[in-house]
Ligand binder design. Structure first.
Ligand code: NAG
Ligand code: NAG
Ligand code: NAG
Ligand code: NAG
Ligand code: NAG
Ligand code: NAG
Ligand code: NAG
Ligand code: NAG
Ligand code: NAG
Ligand code: NAG
Ligand code: NAG
Ligand code: NAG
Ligand code: CU
Length: 561
């Protein structure tokens, strides 16, 4: 018995109650063939998508990141709370300066109170288009899921693919002041399937046994597009969102924004066949999109006793992706998600009254640009402030008392109230102000933040992501937020808890969280184009009393500017 246990532990490192997990991430160029063409891309360890990082709840994760490409680079562990370890969070010029070509940085963090699927990605310029991968956090050893153990778990990474170099794409857009080119394909674990351009066999395929339950760990690592995910002939049961358990919820279509992750159960209870998987864009604002649907396949294998064989040819079952403007399908799923809120996994929603009551408008603008062909450029803003990236990291400036890097005067509400969602704005011009301004939060204050989309230039969808925290999505609606009536309908019992939320186009969404993680935390739209345009700000969360409530000192090899 002892020997068997020993051998099992030896064979499967995740069975061992090992507290430190070391990873080596070398960021290197790699020639990759997609859409019938070869191009060099920036990758982690030569892989696209990057290798999955496995850990258990409670583990100390140490990743030695080495930059072997010509670009400045940082890596972000999206959704990992980084309690007191903001130094390891990763957004460039927010928590650290870039790891420059040839340099290494040991990112050291502990996974506390989280289990599920998250992901990592480059957090500088547009390098995350190819530098990304999944993070799988298993429950502590001996702790089970709050649902029956799946037969198998499968990581599914969704992304967007450009034929051109994405650094060239974004630099071209910055010069022109206009929108960047949309992608040329979507990918499932790196595979686009057939597209009109390229009749490719490069397709995601998952072989399954009949009568089993599979857990799909899905991450949307796309740059600019919210995605629908559908499997022909099957419903999916959502059990987790952004590494927090949810009440099980059955649906035939998932909507996942860039930045979000989702664990879903797929039960193979249909007849032996091949079922297509479809990944397509959701966009209801009229903005140009990539209309290509990525196609993959789930193939049933027939099984008799210990023999296994596939009957050929087995039929292919198709499915239509939803129309790209299918708002009702998207909202139905998003609004149905609820925290599990069990005794073991309670939803600790900050109750009223909150200490900090914030209203942030999020939207687009148009600023003068003397060097642009049309003399103007598209920008984006929060409360009319277009975020200016500093040249010294905000966390470095905060910790080392470096002045003039930022000002702590980010407005808590719009300077002037107006009809926010009106598209023919009579009262406001489209010009924004620019600045590197942060909002200061006392340690452990409770925060309510209402995101209000604006109709300036045009309403748009904004998946908002907060670093260093999870928050509860307590309410959302269309049109302008009404501070008197809307809070009466807030869900303060079992709202979904996440790190990225989809603010409805032309609407608002309210979140609550407790500022219990000291440091400087980036908050931005996870459509990379909107972050490039300035739809970002940062919270500066002060230390509390005593060392356990204070930011740790920076590591020795912390990259400074
Ligand atoms: C990619 O392929 C090109 C052309 O074949 C070659 O010159 C280049 O060295 C390759 N780069 C890498 C990183 O393999
Ligand atoms: C990280 O990896 C690089 C490249 O292999 C190596 O030079 C460096 O010493 C490593 N850093 C640490 C702290 O081990
Ligand atoms: C990681 O950080 C912890 C404290 O936060 C420290 O005790 C540990 O030595 C660090 N590990 C490495 C390899 O630097
Ligand atoms: C972007 O699209 C335009 C129009 O199709 C094309 O001329 C341009 O070359 C594209 N840019 C890149 C970097 O592929
Ligand atoms: C999927 O769920 C819908 C609604 O609950 C139901 O009508 C349908 O029969 C289910 N389909 C499968 C394949 O289970
Ligand atoms: C995508 O489809 C929409 C609606 O059919 C169309 O208006 C748009 O031009 C298409 N976008 C691209 C990039 O082809
Ligand atoms: C979606 O787009 C189609 C085609 O452009 C249009 O006919 C339809 O009314 C739109 N649906 C919604 C809900 O906006
Ligand atoms: C920064 O200023 C604070 C308050 O004046 C002080 O307590 C702290 O020691 C200073 N930090 C550094 C690194 O100088
Ligand atoms: C705000 O604008 C919307 C859209 O044009 C309009 O329907 C609504 O009546 C306006 N609200 C107010 C208070 O003016
Ligand atoms: C934003 O700031 C600019 C520059 O001060 C101003 O012209 C504009 O009216 C402001 N817009 C709003 C919506 O407050
Ligand atoms: C933070 O505030 C909550 C609610 O008031 C309280 O229960 C908790 O003890 C506080 N935490 C700390 C570390 O002060
Ligand atoms: C890389 O980062 C350093 C430090 O911020 C900066 O001085 C340098 O200009 C950056 N290089 C590029 C190519 O952006
Ligand atoms: Cu992020």
């Amino acid at each position: 018995m002892r020997i068997v246990l020993f051998i099992m532990a030896f064979m499967s490192p995740l069975l061992v109650e090992c507290r430190v997990r070391r990873y080596r991430f070398d960021v290197v160029m790699k020639n990759t063939t997609r859409l019938c063409a070869t191009k060099p891309i920036v990758t982690v360890n030569g892989k696209f998508p990057g290798p999955t990082l496995y850990a258990r709840e409670g583990d100390n994760v140490i990743v030695n990141v080495t930059n072997m490409v010509k670009y400045n680079l940082t890596l972000h562990w999206h959704g990992v709370r980084q309690l007191r370890t903001g130094w390891a969070d990763g957004p460039a010029y927010i928590t650290q300066c870039p790891i420059q070509p040839g340099q290494s940085y040991l990112q050291n963090f502990t996974i506390t109170g989280q289990r599920g699927t998250l992901w990592y990605h480059a957090h500088i310029s547009w390098l995350r288009s190819t530098v990304h991968g999944a993070i799988v956090i298993l429950p502590k050893h001996g702790v089970s899921y709050p649902f029956p153990k799946p037969h198998k778990e499968v990581v599914i990474v969704l992304a967007e693919w450009w034929k051109s170099d994405t650094e060239v794409i974004i630099n071209e857009a910055i010069k022109s002041g206009l929108s960047p080119n949309v992608s040329d394909a979507h990918t499932i674990n790196g595979h686009p399937g057939n597209t009109p351009d390229c009749n490719s066999k490069d397709r995601f395929k998952l072989k399954v046994k009949r009568g089993k339950t599979y857990m799909l760990r899905i991450a949307n690592c796309a740059l600019n597009e919210e995605l629908f995910f559908k499997v022909a002939g099957h419903n999916l049961t959502v059990v987790e969102a952004d590494a927090v358990y949810t009440k099980p919820f059955e649906t035939n279509t998932l909507i996942i924004t860039p930045g979000q992750t989702m664990n879903v159960l797929l039960t193979t209870n249909q007849k032996i066949a091949r079922y297509l998987v479809k990944v397509s864009t959701f966009m209801n604002s009229g903005v140009a999109i990539d209309n290509n649907t990525a196609t993959g396949m789930i193939e049933y294998k027939e099984e008799f006793g210990s023999y296994e064989f596939t009957t050929r040819p087995i039929p292919i079952m198709g499915t239509q992706p939803p129309p790209s403007n299918a708002t009702s399908i998207a909202r139905r799923m998003l609004d149905s998600l609820r925290s599990l809120n069990s005794a073991k996994f309670p939803a600790l929603v900050p109750q009223s009254p909150v200490d900090q009551d914030l209203l942030f408008t999020i939207g687009l603008g148009i600023n003068p640009c003397p060097t642009c062909p049309r003399k103007v450029r598209l920008v984006a803003d929060i409360n009319n402030v277009t975020f200016m990236m500093p040249t010294t990291a905000l966390l470095q400036a905060h910790y080392f008392n470096i002045s003039k890097v930022f000002s702590a005067d980010f407005p808590r509400k719009p300077a002037v109230a107006f009809n926010y969602t009106e598209t023919q704005q009579p009262s406001v011009n489209m010009v924004t102000t620019s600045g590197t301004r942060v909002y200061r939060l006392p340690y452990n204050s409770s925060v309510q933040l209402v995101y209000q989309d604006t109709g300036i230039v045009g309403p748009d969808n904004h998946p908002m992501h907060l670093h260093g925290y999870n928050f509860f999505v307590v309410g959302s609606g269309l049109g302008n937020f009404n501070p008197k009536t809307d809070p009466l309908n807030f869900n303060l019992v079992d709202p979904v808890e996440r790190n990225t939320l989809a603010v409805p186009t032309g609407g608002w969404a309210a979140i609550r969280f407790r500022a219990d993680n000291p440091g400087v935390w980036f908050m931005h739209c996870h459509l990379e184009v909107h972050t490039t345009w300035g739809l970002a700000m940062a919270f500066l969360v002060e230390n509390g009393n005593g060392p356990q409530q204070s930011l740790l000192p920076p590591p020795k090899d912390y990259p400074k500017c």
